[in-house]
Structure formats: structure tokens, C-alpha cells
Design a protein around this ligand. Structure first.
Ligand code: ADP
Ligand code: VHF
Length: 353
């Protein structure tokens, strides 16, 4: 599998100080990405900024104004991205909080992204601001990008911003603040984060660290990089820049999976137990019975023939497993009418005692 990166670009990295989109900035970012042999999904902010620039109005204060300006700006933003990524095509993907929270929509988005990568196009993702109500919105693209990284099983999440990493304090406020180049445990640095650096940004370092926390729990490293396309290029060339926030080590994640309360159990045969112990995923064929009522994404206990062997995050709900257990993977689609995953529990989401 190719290296897969989710790159989130904040409004502050796309616009000038008047909040207008600067095409040269987009060009520099696309050029830096062009040096990589990787699949990249871009989470691009800047729709509201682009809308303000086009209509020559100040930054909106109310949500409806913001929604309308995002709708104006999104199309213009996509046109700019299409220009700089040519000859590669770009694919606009707008997501809302509901798409992350609803399992069917989450899986649909996952499939669409996979298909986009296969087509060799660059997915450009933003929050679907026009339908995002106050109660149901992610509100910032840092959080969105972490979910996207999880969605497309990225190897790395890069947050491109207007500061070259996480500092011991907001460097705009405290000039003695020092950059941290490596953070092993994001929970220990959450308190260092301050708010947005400019009127153009949303959330500041706080939402970036929250995003890193989501990515970290999904086993994905986060990098906070500054300096636009040039900063990105320097980073790809190995310069000592930015902050790397390490994903939870396998052991930490393993511990987390093992210590969550389980919503049900999957009983598995000895062949399946052997497969799991040699690092494979759990397929429906090896399941001999189920207990409890669990949903997709919840924790289930794995019961071997001689007792519990571990826990995992399940890819199908109990009522679905009821219909596919003991059957071949190839039969899933025929039985359920869809097949979101081959595995009932993927090996990356499995922890054995
Ligand atoms: N501890 C910190 N280290 C670095 N930057 C910080 C810190 N606390 C707050 N910030 C602020 O976070 C800003 C970046 O976030 P933000 O303005 O939301 O940009 P973006 O548009 O890229 O999301 C920086 O400009 C900086 O002022
Ligand atoms: N969805 C909004 C961006 C929201 C956001 O998080 O902005 P930023 O902090 O600049 O990444 C837009 O396109 O304007």
C-alpha cells in the first residue's frame, strides 16, 4: 500500500492578511505534494474566506452568514485547487458531523474516498458548512481532518498552519516559548494550547491537539507544520521543523481496547483463534455464535473454545453478524445486500490477552 497522507490546510495558510485566497499559496502546496509518491487527501479550509474575498465583505459573525459565504466561497476554492493540481483531477467531498456519527454514512464516505484514491484523483474535503447547524457541526477542520485520517486509514495526518509547530506557550503572546519537535503523549501537552492566531483561523492550537488526540487513538501520527508550501517541502526533504505527535503505541491502544467494557461476545472456533494469534483478522467463517446487542464500532469480547482470548472493535452490528456468521466472506454481500468490510474484526482493531 502506498504511503497515505491527510493534509489539512488552515485558512491562515491559504489567505493573505485581508482574508483573500492567494493562488500562489495553493500552488506552492500542490508543488510540494507533487514531490511525494503518496496518496494524499486534502482537507481544505478557506471557503468562508474565499466567499468574503469574492463579495468583498468582512468576516461573518452569524452562522447563517457564515453558511452562505461558505457556499459562495467553496466553488471558487475548488476551482483554485483544480487549477493547481492539474493534470490531476480533484474531487470535492463535503462532510458534516452526521456523516461521521452515522455508521452507514461513515462507511459510504470511506468507500467514496477509497474509490477516489483508486481513480488517482485528489480528494479535497471540507465541512459541509451550509447544512451544519449549531448543534450538529464539527465546527473546525482540525477535528474533521482527524476523522478523515481515520476514515481513510492514513499513515500520517499533517496540519499545515501559520506556526511551525506546537510551542510551550502561544508564541504570539510569549516570545520565549520554545518549539517541541516531538510529543510522545498528546494528553500531557493539551494544556499548552491557546486559541486562534488570527481572525482567519478557528480554534487555534487547541483544536489541533484535540485532532491529534483522535488520530493518536486511531494509531496515526500527527504533524503540525508551518510555512505553507515551502515549509511543507522542507519537511518532506527532512528538515527539522514542526512537531510530531506520536500515535499511541500499539501497547497503549491494545490496553485501551482490552479495558473497554464489551457490548457483547463473539464465540470463535480453534482455527479462527489460531489465525488471530498469528496476526490475522477475524472473518465471519470462524465465528460459531454471538451474544449481546452491539453496534458497528463497539467493543466485543472474543471467546475461544477454552475461554476469553481478547477484545476487538467490531465492523458489523450484532443483527448483521447473526446473519453472516459461519459463512464465507464472499457470501456477505449476497446475504446482507452490501459488504462494507471483509473482516468482522480487523487485525488493527484487535487486542489479545
Ligand atoms: N502553544 C502554542 N503553540 C503554537 N501556536 C499556538 C499555541 N497556542 C496557540 N497558538 C496559536 O494557534 C495558531 C494556529 O491556529 P489557527 O489560527 O486556528 O490556524 P489555522 O487556520 O491554521 O487552523 C497560531 O497562529 C498560534 O497563534
Ligand atoms: N469550513 C470552514 C473552515 C473552518 C476551520 O476550521 O478553519 P481553519 O481553522 O482555518 O482550518 C471554511 O472552509 O471556511
Amino acid at each position: 500500500m502506498k504511503r497515505r497522507i491527510v493534509l489539512k490546510i488552515g485558512s491562515s495558510s491559504l489567505t493573505d492578511e485581508n482574508g483573500r485566497i492567494e493562488p500562489e499559496r495553493l500552488q506552492a502546496i500542490a508543488s510540494a505534494l507533487g514531490t511525494l509518491d503518496a496518496e494524499v487527501a486534502v482537507v481544505s479550509s478557506g471557503a468562508v474566506a474565499a466567499g468574503c474575498g469574492l463579495l468583498n465583505v468582512p468576516r461573518p459573525r452569524t452562522l447563517p452568514e457564515k453558511q452562505a459565504l461558505a457556499a459562495v466561497g467553496q466553488a471558487a476554492l475548488m476551482q483554485e485547487w483544480a487549477k493547481v493540481f492539474a493534470p490531476h483531477a480533484v474531487a470535492q467531498i463535503l462532510l458534516s458531523a452526521g456523516d461521521i456519527q452515522d455508521r452507514k454514512r461513515f462507511v459510504n464516505a470511506k468507500h467514496a474516498l477509497e474509490a477516489a484514491f483508486k481513480l488517482g484523483v485528489v480528494p479535497i474535503i471540507n465541512e459541509n458548512d451550509t447544512v451544519a447547524t449549531q448543534e450538529l457541526r464539527l465546527g473546525d477542520n482540525d477535528t474533521l481532518s482527524a476523522w478523515v485520517a481515520y476514515l481513510c486509514e492514513a499513515h500520517e495526518l499533517i496540519l499545515l498552519t501559520d506556526v511551525d509547530g506546537l510551542y510551550t506557550a502561544n508564541p504570539r503572546v510569549d516570545p520565549t516559548a520554545k518549539r517541541l519537535s516531538l510529543v510522545e503523549n498528546v494528553a500531557e501537552v493539551l494544556h499548552l494550547a491557546g486559541g486562534a492566531g488570527s481572525s482567519r483561523g478557528t480554534g487555534g492550537m487547541h483544536t489541533k491537539l484535540k485532532a491529534a488526540q483522535i488520530a493518536s487513538e486511531a494509531g496515526i501520527d500527527t504533524l503540525i507544520i508551518g510555512g505553507g508550501g515551502m515549509g511543507l517541502k522542507a519537511f518532506f526533504e527532512g528538515a527539522d521543523t514542526g512537531t510530531r505527535i506520536r500515535a499511541q503505541k500499539h501497547t497503549a491502544r491494545r490496553g485501551w481496547i482490552l479495558h473497554q467494557p464489551s457490548k457483547g461476545s463473539l464465540f470463535i472456533d480453534s482455527g479462527a483463534e489460531k489465525a488471530l494469534r498469528s496476526g490475522k483478522s477475524l472473518l465471519p467463517k470462524g465465528i460459531t455464535g454471538i451474544a449481546g446487542d452491539f453496534q458497528y464500532g463497539e467493543i466485543v469480547r472474543l471467546e475461544g473454545e477454552h475461554g476469553p482470548i481478547g477484545q476487538g472493535i467490531v465492523n458489523y452490528a450484532a443483527h448483521e453478524v447473526q446473519r453472516i456468521f459461519r459463512r464465507h466472506t464472499e457470501e456477505i454481500e449476497e446475504i446482507l445486500g452490501y459488504k462494507d468490510f471483509d473482516e468482522v474484526v480487523h487485525r488493527n482493531h484487535l487486542a489479545l490477552y
